[in-house]
Design a protein around this ligand. Structure first.
Ligand SMILES: [Zn+2]
Length: 680
């Protein structure tokens, strides 16, 4: 029998209007904010006997976006994320997760998993109110058995997603009821799993269930949670074995997984499924906290190496359209996989403390994530391609997806991404800093700048309120300025990730040079910090190349990948309420081979910087352009709306030399990213 909703002080806190305070702090960034009563709760460290990670995530709300990142989240709130429930019945008032008779599976929880952090980071009463309805219904309709969610199904999978939403809600509000609901549900799961084991999606995504089990254990210490962790591991798919001997090295065909025989939910199909693998990236690190095994912990690096080797693409993704699709940059990656891979890497980065995972996370966040959305974030693709020469209803080379998969729209191909993409930007923003330190003492606690974007942080170190202001136009510029404002002088280490590409980076504190930081490490500044201390990092952004399918080239600068922006003609296919579905056709040639010196790429690439405005991932607002010499390659053509495989480089062409402009990957919705190289 469901209990009645009760007034809840945390609910009011989640909904409180504090826009003016947020605005004031943005306008007066150097203002001392130590006395701010809104300093969030401290991070929960790893509780014994779990093996601690290198770093600990900070509770949602500790980090707030500023500058272009805040603008980007505001674009998201003004777009589909802030209005989806108004136009898409699957998360509308008849949702099963609001007690209605509508969609009762993954879509409500997916939406909430991104809406809660978006609402929190923007401190938006409008978005908080939308999220609160789902939270209230879930918290007040727990069955007497302990199960949560719509009574029309008992599938473990959608509940795994709702657990993630509830943990974020608790971090943002400290609502005590969340802990008791989670506790009752997870006790129910432990009792129920032996007779109703994980299956289908839940079996392949058990590591996300484990995440919440460990989250609660770190807060309550209830021993049954460790039993549940082991049971999930026993019943869940063995991802570590899959990658210890990786067999899926080729493009997966429908025949290979016997799709026509209705085998979509069989192990072979689920093991080669993009989103499942994106979620699986975190398996080793998260499980290593229980197993204590170093090889489990490092399994994430083994996984990423295999994905790169056999399915890697220049935008930081692996191909999955929607099963593994090989190295050809005309293959696609599903949007859900982008945001799930990001979420996996955020957790893996915290647990391993490996700076290469920060490089990877930025590559996804600054390229693949915005690259699959329209500028206003009202429409998205299901599949994006690094070499994307047309978004149309033509037959495309997808492994198993349908003809609308790379259209920009409300729910092209299938609506999972429509519900799930909202988590991408907010969870990235919430992962800019981590806490460091030993699990059982706060003596050596410190802070870690893991990935870079403009933000401010409020947290507690050894009981002392700390405010940190990060001012930067990174990734479009290479300078990061961090002002440290402890409430009273405090000695602690501040670790700063130095990307592997950042040769000749410089680091100063209050204008005084520190030793040159080493690329691919964390630089550590341990000192007694005084309010107003200023750290400045400068990463020289020198254009460089990377090599891909058929020895093709991609041009990079810092964490940004650059593309040739093909002329675009947007043709509306159909209206979809407040949004629409679009095809995009090319209006200019695209079949260029680059004429650069691979040994000294910077010598043949000219950089033009323009001011960083409020929409830097758009063609009009792109703050960086690269000029590069190129020649057309007449034999490289498109078929059925997709570029044919690139001719192996180097290539010979007698076409005249031209200068073409490259823009950030995400700014070009039609693009060439992997280019053939002209023979010198
Ligand atoms: Zn999807």
């Amino acid at each position: 029998m469901p209990s009645l909703p009760k007034p809840n002080p945390s609910r009011r806190r989640f909904l409180k209007q504090s826009t003016l305070a947020a605005l004031a702090s943005t306008l007066a960034p150097s203002r001392s904010l130590h006395a701010d009563p809104s300093t969030p709760q401290p991070a929960a460290k790893t509780r014994a006997p779990l093996t601690p990670g290198a770093f600990y995530p900070l509770p949602l709300g500790s980090i707030r976006p500023l500058g272009w990142l805040r603008d980007q989240l505001q674009i998201q709130a003004n777009g589909l994320s802030g209005h989806l429930d108004e136009i898409w019945p699957d998360v509308g008032p008849n949702s099963g997760w609001l007690g209605g008779s509508g969609e009762s599976w993954e879509r409500g929880p997916y939406f909430l998993d991104g809406l809660i952090p978006l609402a929190t980071l923007l401190d938006s009463p409008r978005l908080k109110a939308k999220a609160q309805k789902f939270i209230d219904w879930t918290l007040t309709h727990q069955a007497s058995t302990g199960i949560i969610g719509p009574a029309t199904n008992d599938d473990w999978w959608p509940r795994i997603v709702m657990l993630k939403a509830l943990t974020q809600y608790h971090e943002a509000t400290a609502a005590p009821r969340v802990l008791s609901v989670l506790d009752r549900y997870l006790r129910y799961q432990l009792a129920e799993l032996p007779r109703r084991p994980l299956r289908d999606w839940g079996k392949f995504r058990w590591q996300d269930n484990l995440l919440t089990v460990l989250w609660l254990y770190n807060r309550t210490g209830s021993p049954y949670l460790l039993d549940l962790a082991r049971l999930l591991h026993t019943q869940g798919y063995d991802w570590l074995a899959q990658y210890a001997n990786f067999q899926y090295t080729q493009r997966i065909t429908p025949e290979f997984i016997h799709l026509s025989e209705g085998n979509g939910l069989k192990d072979l199909a689920l093991a080669t499924h993009g989103v499942n693998n994106g979620q699986a990236i975190k398996t080793g690190p998260v499980w290593s906290q229980v197993s204590g095994s170093q090889s489990d912990r490092h399994a994430v690096l083994v996984m990423l190496a295999a994905l790169d080797k056999y399915h890697g693409l220049p935008n930081g993704m692996f191909s999955c359209d929607e099963h593994f699709a090989g190295l050809d940059p005309s293959q696609g990656s599903e949007f859900c996989t982008v945001v799930e891979a990001m979420f996996s890497i955020e957790h893996s980065l915290a647990i391993l403390g490996d700076p290469s995972l920060g490089d990877r996370l930025e590559r996804l966040a600054f390229n693949a994530l915005p690259g699959t959305l329209t500028d206003d974030m009202w429409a998205h693709q299901y599949n994006q391609q690094p070499n994307q020469v047309e978004c149309s209803l033509h037959h495309k080379p997808w492994t198993t997806d349908g003809p609308e998969s790379n259209l920009f729209g409300l729910e092209p191909n299938f609506g999972c991404c429509t519900a799930n993409f909202h988590q991408g930007w907010p969870k990235f923003a919430a992962s800019l800093f981590f806490l460091s330190g030993a699990p059982d003492t706060d003596t050596n606690d410190g802070l870690v700048a893991a990935v870079y974007a403009p933000c401010e942080l409020r947290t507690l170190l050894r009981g002392t309120p700390i405010h940190i202001l990060e001012e930067t136009s990174y990734p479009f510029r290479g300078t990061v300025r961090i002002t440290v404002n402890p409430a009273s002088p405090l000695n602690f280490p501040l670790q700063l990730r130095i990307p592997a590409w950042a040769a000749a980076a410089t680091l100063t504190v209050n204008g005084k040079s520190e030793p040159s930081p080493t690329p691919g490490t964390f630089a550590t500044l341990t000192r007694t910090w005084q309010s107003g201390d200023r750290v400045e990092l400068v990463f020289p952004l020198v254009p460089r190349i990377s090599r891909w399918f058929h020895d093709s080239l991609a041009i990079e600068r810092g964490p940004l990948v650059f593309s040739y922006g093909i002329g675009e003609s947007w043709v509306k296919l159909r209206d979809r309420g407040l949004t629409a579905d679009w095809q995009v056709f090319p209006t200019t040639p695209w079949n260029y081979a680059l004429n650069v010196d691979p040994a000294n790429p910077a010598n043949s690439i000219a950089v033009t910087e323009t001011p960083v405005g409020p929409a830097p991932f758009t063609r009009q607002g792109a703050p960086v352009h690269l000029s590069v010499k190129a020649r057309k390659l007449t034999e490289w053509r498109a078929e059925d709306g997709a570029a044919n495989p690139l001719p192996p480089s180097p290539v010979t062409t007698t076409e005249p030399e031209e200068t073409i402009q490259l823009i950030p990957y995400a700014a070009a919705k039609l693009r060439i990213t992997a280019f053939p190289l002209c023979k010198s």
